[in-house]
Design a protein around this ligand. Structure first.
Ligand code: P1T
Length: 378
């Protein structure tokens, strides 16, 4: 099956009882057993739920993995993976990351004796010198949040695997529509399904996909033990949303490319960061690794924080809000919003300056979006 067909059908079949074409929302915490221990595969909804099962089968198919596990948020998925590590283990993580992921690593798992080096893995040569005898996980975001740096997943996976270290890729920005890390050699894929997979800014969720039975066992155990699972209602909403993922991503990518080209020519813009532009330092990797460059753009406006705030408050269609990946366009300032928890020194090194503006380009008409941006410059 091709990707867009999988989006609509994978993991789902009409309800055998009624023929309902949409997977029912099984709002049930428990399941009646025929006799003690004899059941239909469902005992208790922290462990299994039929709506979640359908969603997980759909998500596994989209990422080309054997297994998928749905979580209550992207952070819950990330934390459930890090919980599989032990005190004394070391992580090598991409230096540019969602601020909440960095906070989780340093301020939560740091207290448990798990250490991490944040390394610029957009240059694969930086990986080998960062590895330690106790390195147990490589954590990548590509494109990264918010600087949209790319990491060569297959090269990093080869280096990591030569030392038996697993590679996890947060594929939230690209989605499996544009890039399938498991097929490129990664061991684990993590998503904030709140974003493009959910697509409508109406749910918070996360997921982990893998083709490794060993990792699947570990994650299943943690998911059941910790219980950071999504509700059946959220599973339904997400399953409904992934049906249109391919169609939505096409519109996001087409709109974003036009907007990036417009911003690049604008005299009041200092710098545009979009992997689909030839000016992006890793444009060749984008063409090799991704089907299209995605719906996220970062740019630096002339005039620093004052100008950035003014711009963000002037747009009419782009709403000022955290998050991304919904059908509606959003605008935000990473330095004081999504990445405020990143230490100032790290923000400076990464280029998260006060004038950096991040756009999540929606699927509205591109003419309207371009007009909105054009009208918002002072
Ligand atoms: O918000 P949550 O569903 O818990 O997902 C966390 C997360 C994980 N990975 C990436 C790449 C993310 O961007 C996020 C959340 N990001 C935002 C809320 C944001 O505005 O960047």
């Amino acid at each position: 099956m091709k990707f867009s067909t999988q989006c609509v059908h994978a993991g789902q079949s009409p309800d055998p009882e009624t023929g309902a074409i949409m997977t029912p929302i099984y709002m049930s915490s428990t399941y009646v057993q025929e006799s003690p221990g004899v059941h239909k595969g469902y005992e208790y909804s922290r462990t299994h739920n039929p709506t979640r099962t359908a969603l997980q089968n759909n998500l596994a198919a989209l990422e080309g993995g054997e297994f998928a596990f749905a979580f209550a948020s992207g952070c819950a998925a990330t934390a459930s993976l890090f919980i599989c590590l032990s005190t004394g283990d070391h992580i090598v993580a991409m230096d540019d990351l969602y601020g909440g992921t960095r906070r989780l690593i340093t301020q939560v798992f740091g207290r448990w004796g798990i250490t991490c080096d944040f390394v610029d893995l957009s240059d694969s040569k930086n990986l080998a010198p960062a590895l330690k005898p106790n390195t147990k996980l490589i954590w990548i975001e590509t494109p990264s949040n918010p600087m949209l740096k790319l990491v060569d997943i297959s090269v990093i996976s080869k280096i990591a695997h030569s030392k038996n270290i697993p590679v996890a890729v947060d594929n939230t920005f690209a989605t499996p529509c544009l890039q399938q890390p498991l097929k490129l050699g990664a061991d684990l894929v993590v998503h904030s399904t709140t974003k493009y997979l959910g697509g409508h800014s109406d749910l918070v969720g996360g997921a982990i996909m893998t083709h490794s039975p060993e990792w699947a066992e570990r994650i299943k155990f943690v998911s059941n033990s910790v219980g950071a699972i999504p509700s059946p209602m959220d599973c339904f909403l997400l399953l409904r949303a992934t049906k249109t993922l391919a169609a939505r991503m096409k519109a996001h990518c087409e709109n974003a490319l036009q907007i990036a080209q417009f911003l690049e020519k604008h005299p009041q813009v200092e710098r545009v960061i979009y992997p689909g532009l030839e000016s992006h330092p890793q444009h060749p990797l984008c063409k090799k690794q991704m089907l299209a460059a995605g719906g996220m753009i970062s740019f630096v406006i002339q005039g620093g924080l004052g100008a950035a705030k003014h711009f963000t408050q002037s747009t009419r269609l782009f709403s000022c809000a955290e998050s991304l990946g919904g059908v509606e366009s959003l605008i935000e300032l990473p330095a004081i919003m999504t990445h405020a928890s990143v230490p100032l020194e790290a923000r400076k090194n990464l280029g998260i300056v006060d004038g950096l503006i991040r756009l999540s380009v929606g699927i509205e008409d591109p003419i309207d979006l371009l007009t909105d941006l054009d009208n918002s410059f002072p």
